[in-house]
Design a binder for this molecule. Structure first.
Ligand code: MV4
Length: 448
């Protein structure tokens, strides 16, 4: 096992990794920018090192700074968290070249899934159900138009270098294809330096259902069910839950097995998420994320598994500590993302937290790196914490979420907490009857 792990991240996820390290008897190294000297992840880690000025590109995204920090501190492995360098194949490769272990999948698997056409082609070949659409990229407008006619409108044009909602254009009819195709291409070129696009049948009212998989890198893999992350605003998740309100045990076992077998076949190592659109009882693969996700705690809650600990074990060459058969779902879990932002426009709201009180009690977990008197710097994303509740069933989890929210105090800055108070009063949230468009529609009526 590793003796020392460097955490190439900040905020709540860096603290999450520090916690796993401490329970495993592993020394942790925090890295930080000059604006993060007083950050909680720096205080909680066994040691820390400054890696540069506040902008991400010069600190948390700087590969030379992080490799140097490993050499100075003697860390043997790097946990990238989520965001920043977590899905950067070049970073994984450079660590390997320096005989440092990247706690995550191989550079090859990151690259494979980072190219959305290759990802889809690979998953299709492994028996994972995909959205109907082009096999590979669309070189010309004529090709895209012919495909649109074949699969039927509406269709969506997506950038192969995109993902997470960036670089997508909807064509509702043949007449809209020319504009969708050219706009998608030029936006993809500008954003990613790669103008390759592909075309898919557009699904009108799906849910976002993602399957958590975990591989040992040696041909074994398990699944840990699904999360429903349909409640999103501008491609940012707002609330996630597990199990999915519309997924039964038989369906879960079937799609889970398909995903686990697929990643086992490619010797995938560590945590991964297979993203689907789910509509009318069918799963359609869209993307695979090769990192630990923000919303991993809802899966941990219902399965009683520490996913970061498993990531570290597998990276060190140890087996996954549980079998598929031993995994049993216990109850229901819901996570809300608490952001430093001002409603109704969701504008960033950095500044000093004058008072903070975290909720507690049975079934309540607060993953956050804020504290009384902490100043949220303006340089990073607005996530300041995740409130995760667990109950014996969905109604109990919802009641517990309302109760926990009533205890939470974050003063001195604006947060999106009032949004959740309002959401909990909605029948669609109480019943679980929502899709990927529900939140934006509701916001346009009730907030903006
Ligand atoms: C789609 C789609 C409808 N049909 N693909 C957006 C993010 C990226 N991961 C995939 N996305 C979508 N792909 C087809 N063929 C609708 C979306 C989409 C969406 C997906 C998940 C969660 C929220 C969303 C909001 C708008 C659009």
């Amino acid at each position: 096992m590793f003796e020392k792990i460097l955490i190439a991240n900040r905020g709540e996820i860096a603290l999450r990794v520090v916690r796993a390290c401490r329970e495993m008897g592993i020394q942790s190294v925090a890295v930080h920018s000059t604006s993060d000297v007083d950050a909680m992840h720096v205080r909680m880690a066994d040691e820390s090192i400054c890696i540069g000025p506040p902008p991400g590109a010069q600190s948390y995204l700087s590969i030379p700074a992080i490799v140097s920090a490993c050499e100075i501190t003697g860390a043997q492995a790097v946990h990238p968290g989520y965001g920043f360098l977590s899905e950067n194949a070049k970073f994984a490769q450079i660590l390997e070249d320096h005989e440092l272990k990247f706690i995550g999948p191989s550079a090859e698997h990151i690259r494979l899934m980072g190219d959305k056409i290759t990802a889809k082609d690979t998953m299709k070949g492994l028996g994972v159900p995909c959205v109907p659409g082009s096999d590979g990229g669309m070189e010309t407008l004529d090709e895209a138009t012919a495909l649109g006619r074949q699969i039927g409108y509406p269709v969506i044009v997506k950038a192969t270098a995109g993902g997470g909602g960036r670089g997508m254009k909807l064509a509702k009819s043949a007449g809209e294809m020319e504009s969708a195709f050219h706009t998608a291409r030029s936006e993809a070129k500008a954003a990613f330096g790669n103008d390759e696009v592909y075309v898919e049948k557009y699904l009108g009212k799906p849910r976002h259902v993602e399957v958590q998989v975990f591989g040992d890198g040696k041909g074994k893999a398990v699944h840990l069910g699904e999360r429903d992350c349909s409640l999103q605003r501008r491609h940012q998740k707002v609330l996630e839950e597990a199990p999915g309100p519309t997924i039964d045990a038989t369906t879960r076992a079937r799609i889970g097995k398909t995903c686990a077998e697929a990643v086992a076949r490619i010797n995938y190592a560590g945590a991964g998420t297979v993203e689907f659109l789910y509509e009318d009882g069918e799963f359609y693969f869209i993307e695979m994320n090769t990192r630990l996700q923000v919303e991993h705690p809802v899966t941990e809650s219902i399965y009683g598994v520490d996913l970061v600990r498993e990531q570290i074990r597998v990276a060190a060459g140890e087996p996954i500590s549980f079998s598929q058969k031993s995994l049993q779902i216990d109850g229901h879990s819901i996570e809300i993302r608490i952001n430093a932002e001002k409603l109704p426009l969701f504008s960033p709201s950095p500044g000093r937290i004058t008072q903070y009180h975290a909720p507690g009690g049975l079934g309540v977990r607060m993953d956050s790196a804020i504290y009384d008197g902490y100043s949220i710097p303006p340089h990073y994303d607005s996530l300041i914490g995740k409130l995760i509740v667990h109950g014996r069933d969905r109604p109990e989890a919802l009641a517990r979420l309302g109760r926990a929210l009533s205890e939470l105090i974050v003063d001195g800055i604006d947060t999106n907490v009032p949004l959740f108070d309002a959401l909990l009063r909605e029948p669609a949230i109480q019943s679980g009857n929502y899709n990927i468009h529900w939140l934006e529609k509701w916001l346009s009526k009730n907030f903006e």
